[in-house]
Design a protein. Structure first.
Length: 283
């Protein structure tokens, strides 16, 4: 038996061993079934998209997207154009605070709807729960969509550098090893809200609605006010309390300017299927 035959036999033996190991692993660890929550969400989407099947049924389809859900989805889709590798982290948790309104549902931990809860003893429980890592941490990009009162999209935007400024020549880092702020993204990045308002093709933002995936900072709030936007609809806030002066100032400015501010969670169940950011229950 020559060396070539020995090499072929050795190769075959190795391949057989690898195949056996893979087979044993697959048999020992069968594929897990999807969680009941994921299954129920999938069923809900199927129900939403299904029709009666009757070609003579004159009624419209049920479960179509509301305007708020649609425009918020556009904001999320626009955010995916950003080259920023630093995404915003969100905390998800399982809540039974409002069993009559939200029975056994996943909610996003945002200061607006839970501020009163955090001031009570529930806040201590939440912090303890987070420390025990019984929450899912997900990521979110920032995007915006400017819409007229007639439901016409006027502009979209996401976080990025100004036109003509290379995405490859400016830094995307959040911190500098040398402590130099010019080595971070912050002096250069234009936020989604600003880009959205500036990308309106000369249409006026006055009196229009701005959908944003995350509550705007104080600098964006100034631009929103000066441009005449009448309403801001956001999906989540970045800060969990009132310690961040940037967002405290933003709330204060928008309130003083008489701009309507609201948040929406209606689109949340659909995020899992379109953007894969919805949480899955901890086993």
């Amino acid at each position: 038996m020559n060396s070539r035959d020995l090499a072929l036999i050795s190769t075959a033996a190795i391949a057989g061993a690898v195949a056996s190991a893979i087979a044993i692993r697959l048999l020992a660890n069968p594929r897990k079934k999807p969680s009941s929550a994921a299954a129920s969400n999938s069923a809900a989407v199927l129900r939403r998209n299904s029709s009666s099947g009757d070609p003579y049924d004159p009624s419209k389809r049920n479960g179509y997207l509301s305007w708020d859900d649609y425009f918020m989805a556009i904001a999320f889709l626009s955010a995916e154009r950003s080259k920023d590798p630093n995404r915003q982290y969100l905390l998800y948790f399982f809540t039974k605070w409002e069993p009559n309104d939200f029975p056994n549902t996943w909610r996003i931990l945002s200061p607006k709807p839970v501020r009163d809860k955090l001031r009570s003893g529930m806040g201590v429980h939440l912090l303890s729960m987070c420390k025990r890592r019984k929450v899912d941490v997900k990521v979110l990009m920032v995007g915006a969509c400017l819409v007229s009162q007639d439901g016409i999209i006027l502009g979209i935007g996401y976080n990025g550098f100004p036109r003509g400024c290379s995405d490859d020549k400016l830094p995307w880092s959040k911190k500098s090893k040398n402590g130099d702020p010019l080595e971070t993204k912050y002096p250069y990045v234009c936020h989604a809200e600003v880009n959205c308002i500036l990308n309106t093709n000369h249409a006026s933002a006055a009196g229009q609605k701005l959908y944003v995936t995350m509550f705007p900072c104080n600098e964006c709030a100034k631009v929103i006010i000066q441009s005449g936007v009448s309403e801001v609809i956001y999906f989540v806030e970045k800060s969990l309390d009132n310690s961040n002066v940037i967002y405290v100032a933003s709330h204060k400015l928008l309130s003083m300017a008489g701009i309507k501010v609201s948040y929406t969670y209606g689109f949340f169940p659909i995020f899992e299927h379109l953007f894969c950011i919805a949480p899955s229950p901890k086993q």
